[in-house]
Design a protein around this ligand. Sequence first.
Ligand code: ADP
Ligand code: MG
Length: 735
Amino acid sequence: MGLSKSTLSIVDAMAASAGSKDAAMGCMKLRSILKRGDIMAIDKVSAEWGELLFDDRDMQERLPKPTYKELRRVIDEGAPLDLGIANEVAHAMKEWALEKGATHFTHWFQPLSGITSEKHDGFLTPNGDGTILMAFSGKELVRGEPDASSFPSGGLRATFEARGYTVWDPMSPAFIKDEVLCIPTAFISYTGEALDKKTPLLRSQNALEKQAKRVLALFGRAPRRVFTTIGPEQEYFLIKEEDYKARPDLILTGRTLFGAPPAKGQELEEHYFGAIRPTVSEYMKELDDELWKLGIPAKTKHNEVAPCQHELAPVFEAGSTAVDDNLLTMEKMKLLASHHGLVCLQHEKPFEYVNGSGKHNNWSISADDTNLLEPGPDPEHNLQFLVFLACLVAAVDEHADLLRMSVASAGNDHRLGANEAPPAVVSVFLGDALSPVVEALIHKEHVDVASQEMMDLGIPQLPAILRDNTDRNRTSPFAFTGNKFEFRMCGSQQNLSDPNVVLNTAVAEQCERFCDYVADRSSEDFVTVAMRFVRHTFRDHQRIIFDGNGYSDEWAAEAERRGLPNLKTTPDALGALMDPDNIALFENYGVLSEAELHARYVAKAEQYAKLINIEANTMSYMARHMYLPALMSYSGDLANSVAIKAELGVASRAEKDIVERLTNGIDTIYDLTSQLEQLAAHANRKTNPSEQDALCRDEVIPAMEALRAEVDAMERLCGEDYWPVPSYNQMLFYV
Ligand code: ADP
Ligand code: MG
């Protein structure tokens, strides 16, 4: 039972005649509850849902009908936006935001740093007669002009022409955050080049939509919209705020740069899906509440494998919206932790010796309401599915280097290939249901497709269940999981735009190839031609398909034999951005120009070198100012004790031995710190970011590892009271 407009208008009238601000606010709250659904059955989640999101229902309700219709044409069909419409939308948005207590607005965007940016402007406009007006125009909605000089641009924009514009993305609804109306925008330069993560994502979505529609047209289908769906599973760590504050490495770099192994790690496998402790549960509840108010469909939460590690998974959403919502989720995760005395770590590898954090990018394509990667009961004869599957396999094979590049970062280098996350080699897992189909297609045989079998549990009291026809290969970087692909190489703190730009564009290219293939054989029967395309594509790209254990050494060797790239580090992976084939791909589909790609290459290369340099600086700071003084103090006290005991004629073998080892350790740490400083300074002096990166990989990181090893060895000898930072034992197992 929905509520009629008249009920709402009664509440509106009550609000208008309310005697006090509180009463008016009460009416407002009631109104939003009524608006959200059936008052008889209102539950907490439905009542909160989307309260702070200016969604389609708000637009429909608040905009004149013709304006709403025109806006939907802009959103759904990419019709040009008229300033008159923008003015009306701005007015409705502002009225809505003021009712929710907002005082400011901001254009919310994603510069090349990958995190979101905002600058708050008040609605407040003086009238000239001492009164004020709360104003917001269509122009302000549509375009902003932040001083763009301080965002990474990879050299696309010199400081003297630093102008950049933020441009409203009407496809992503506005929302309120901390009394600020946030308007999702794209960020472009004065000359129209993309300066952000969102612009190429939107362009790649359009490219894929266009080509996928052409494929579907050959199957006699004309969907209104074709779009990708993305469900990002976000992993994170929570630690106590007091521990965080005591560790400069966590504060400055997001990860521990030192730390002896804890007595216990994750080997008992007790944390994964374990009962959630109360502090964490309170945090997760507040997080869910806040996300639901923003219309973010947070659905699943659980403890992850490593101690202190957790995961949040939302219900999938359409492409760029899912990416926006993931960024908002990450921001809320960090901010709300402080309410619970916790800090949320989103770095890919906060702690050595236990798992790091990733972000699985679950990805599919939908045509209106139909998932195009749904194989159905008979995939062998589902030609449309097979065409899209073949396109995907070919796309991943041809641009595996780009996919690897899209997730390359200093943080993620600690995960990929480290036996806890996918290897650095990209391959596709198809599973028991599809692999035999593909095999048979290649060899032109008929195959009995693995059907979903009933599982006999041998316990009559339990309900019989169907066995899924894909198992869960956790070691594959790109796995088919029933009706979507799961790209598992993404790092936990990454903006998901980059991998999705690559996926969308690479698949668009293969879709076009299919259309061309069919067009070139227009005299032949479509089904025969399409089947031949599928067969040839699988045959030509079979090397990328691998269903085995991605962590095994045999696979690394086999992958090399197959000619698959194994790009182990970020400096190795970034070159893919400058590869002529890859440049041609992005240029052909109008996603990124060569200049834009070059800028992205420079921005990523610079970011890597800067991060490594900050880590090196932090290590030398901690070694000189914390670890060396602590070790000197402890060994000094011990030496005194040895001397006093010697005077008394009591010899302590242990004390003497520890003093000697500590003294050696102090000297070694002293030398290794100087070496690290020299190597970091040497890398830093290079002006070419590729050279800097290579030096970071080959010289600075090994020097960091050597210093860490010595400090960690000394941690095991040093008295706990003397040790200047909380240990892994203390941080990872709080209650
Ligand atoms: P698991 O941990 O087993 O991989 P989760 O339930 O944690 O599974 O996450 C699966 C994710 O995949 C969810 O975010 C879900 O919404 C998403 N997903 C499901 N179907 C699709 C689809 N068609 N397109 C994109 N994402 C999807
Ligand atoms: Mg999960």
